[in-house]
Write a protein that binds this ligand. Sequence first.
Ligand SMILES: *Cc1c(COP(=O)(O)O)cnc(C)c1O
Length: 427
Amino acid sequence: MNWIDRDKESIWHPFTQLVNGFEHIMVERAEGLYLYTPEGRKIMDAISSWWVNLHGHSHPKIAEAVAEQSKKLEHVIFAGFTHEPAIVLAEKLLSILPSNQSKIFYSDNGSTANEVALKMAFQYWYNKGEKRRTKVVAFEGAYHGDTFGAMSVGDRGPFSAPFSPFLFQVEFLPMPTAENEAEIISSFEKYAHEGELAAFIFEPLVLGSAGMKMYSVELLDKLLKIAKDNSVISIADEVFTGFGRTGKNFASDYLSIAPDIFCLSKGLTGGTMALGVTSCTQKIIEAYKSSDIMKTFFHGHSFTANPIACAASIASFDLLMEKETQQKIEKISQWQKEFKTRIASHPKVLHIRVMGTIFAMEMKTEQTSSYVNEVRHQLYPFFLKRNILLRPLGNTLYILPPYIIEKEEIELVYQAVEEMLQVLDGI
Ligand SMILES: *Cc1c(COP(=O)(O)O)cnc(C)c1O
């Protein structure tokens, strides 16, 4: 049997319909911007492999850090023991997070980072004896991961429908648009004044999985002010927006009020290893400082603060802080803006959004905009045929390259998008 048939026999892939005929593409190795198949095909990764890759694939500095660390200390229980990579990484992250952030809690991925954040917020109120504070506010259309807590605070749509009887109750604010800011603010105020809110969780400025929906700094600042005035814990899910994607280290760097809790993952290790981080303020820490064992945060994973993942993350962090990388982020942001201007008036374009290195284009179709929009099934193969990996969210096509992409390379993506706009029928 060949690899593809063996894959079909033995593997259940994520977010993938189990229907006949669909074949996964075998990748043998990857370097920089490109994925290589055993047949010698070279595919440009223009979506950073699910938004995780920052510095290109198989980066030699990250690879070396991983190799060195795995020879020295591959893993150790993180309760009762600690190690250098975890400490160094925590210090580095705290040095670029807003100054109100005081401690780093490690977990395994973006979903767990959010689970930890929610549990941290719920138990904060439990420890303080405020039993009324049990409600959460989130945005409609949000994505915070696929575990139960993360699903509960996320979009109640097709992805979570089979599980809806099992999700906890959440108060949802409408997904922000240019028109509904006043409505969002007044309904958040209403919830906040009731005094039962434990937390407000949000993707700052960009709702990624919802289709790279962007909203204003002013709106989020106003919501954070309401949260602060009413002692509601604010949780910034920067799993996607962190590490330069929006043009700054964190989307929250655009805000004038710093959130209480941050969730990080995806770009955290430069896309090399699974790792999650939840950081919090000293105020939250204080509620857990007690000799009462019931006030302990009983949460941990077998691989919490895995030293190899921390080492990969330190190497990625250092690459991100290099002047060259920071300048490149600015350049990519500029190219994306210029491309927006170039195609904005095309009749098949409904809406284009750019924030930092993120470019997203909503296409005009017969169907309404959504993840299940059929145009996706035309777009994905169109670009793959041209050896470019773009994976639309329904009728929203986005370009999210690693920061090593060169002008000529991103130009190839732009030209393919223009060609698609010209030739694709029925959309
Ligand atoms: C991807 C994502 C998550 C979930 O992260 P996983 O590592 O896939 O569990 C959570 N929040 C946001 C904003 C994301 O984009």
